[in-house]
Write a protein that binds this ligand. Structure first.
Ligand code: ATP
Length: 307
């Protein structure tokens, strides 16, 4: 399916989701990341605070997995722990994270040394942090920032880099001239898309996006969701999308994991979770979605599929 353009009209997003069940191929897809019994704590003056408790989770190749839950439920802690980006006072107190690189042997991320881990960053595991729009260097043109990331992590692609930048920008619906612009010349939505393009520059196995639509207005949020959906649909990127907003999950993800007080209390096909939430907390999250007319998952179910 090809969806051209970047300004989806109402209802278009819904078309990217099928009416029926999750694509069976994707359901059986191999895992990219397997998390078992993950415990993460923060050291504080009053002792350890547990932020993630006994989390078991699998991310399958080619899927969009959502992580939902209110503020403080442990979503960001889980995301950074998954990519081994946790900083003190945070520390992993137990569990296993197995990463399955494309065409390679599985590796134990928690026991891997820093040097090997650095080699995986951007090339295999990519992170779009919360508020990342503010992380661009204000005095460097966008294209130069792309080049820096590509050359630092994949020096062997020096010859291709000039051709890569406009192609990557196009993949997220931005014109190649954006490469010559400075961050302040870009809207919030354009910055977010430029960062998404950067995060996929080295064709990682997995991209984790933390609150990618927060702080953007509703119209721009739709564009970002469309672009994220395109990354998976057209380029096969595996995504973990963290959001407190159940509307985002309803519109974008295949499966959703719901976190409550550091635990994953429910995980399943997003339509199933919306239709028949098993945990009372999930039910209350769904009920708290603001409704104008209809709920997003009802719109989505009405939309059908474009192809
Ligand atoms: N540096 C820290 N020191 C101590 N506790 C922390 C630290 N960072 C996070 N926490 C605690 O860990 C728990 C989980 O926080 P986390 O930021 O992962 O949640 P979240 O669901 O991502 O929320 P938000 O969306 O607001 O960031 C919270 O109780 C929080 O107070």
């Amino acid at each position: 399916m090809h969806r051209a353009g970047v300004g989806p009209a109402d209802g278009q997003l819904s078309q990217q989701r099928s009416e029926g069940q999750v694509n069976p191929e994707r359901q059986e897809a191999e895992p990219v990341l397997e998390v078992k019994g993950l415990d993460v704590r923060y050291r504080t003056t009053r002792g350890d605070v547990t932020a993630v408790k006994g989390v078991d989770l699998t991310v399958r190749r080619g899927e969009i997995l959502g992580i939902a839950g209110e503020s403080g439920s442990g979503k960001t802690t889980l995301a950074v722990a998954l990519l081994r980006l946790l900083r003190p006072p945070g520390h992993v107190a137990g569990g296993e994270i197995t990463f399955h690189p494309r065409g390679g042997q599985p590796v134990d991320l928690l026991r891997m040394d820093e040097r090997r881990l650095r080699a995986l960053r951007w090339r295999s595991l990519s992170y779009l942090p919360q508020g990342s729009m503010n992380s661009m260097n204000p005095v460097m043109r966008v294209g130069a920032q792309f080049r820096d990331v590509i050359l630092e992590h994949a020096g062997d692609r020096r010859r291709e880099v000039d051709a890569m930048v406009p192609r990557l920008l196009r993949q997220v619906g931005l014109e190649p001239r954006v490469a010559r612009m400075y961050p302040h010349e870009l809207s919030g939505g354009m910055k977010q898309r430029a960062l998404m393009a950067m995060s996929i520059a080295l064709e990682p196995d997995l991209v984790v996006a933390d609150e990618p639509t927060t702080a953007l207005d509703v119209t721009i949020q739709r564009v970002i969701l469309q672009s994220l959906g395109d990354l998976r649909d057209e380029f096969g990127v595996t995504l973990v999308v963290i959001s407190h907003d159940m509307g985002v999950h309803a519109q974008l993800v295949d499966r959703v994991a719901v976190m409550y007080e550091g635990e994953v209390v429910e995980v399943g096909d997003v339509r199933q979770v919306f239709k028949q939430p098993r945990h009372p907390y999930t039910r209350s999250l769904i009920e708290s979605i603001p409704r104008i007319g209809e709920a997003p998952w009802q719109e989505q179910r009405k939309g059908g599929r474009a192809s």
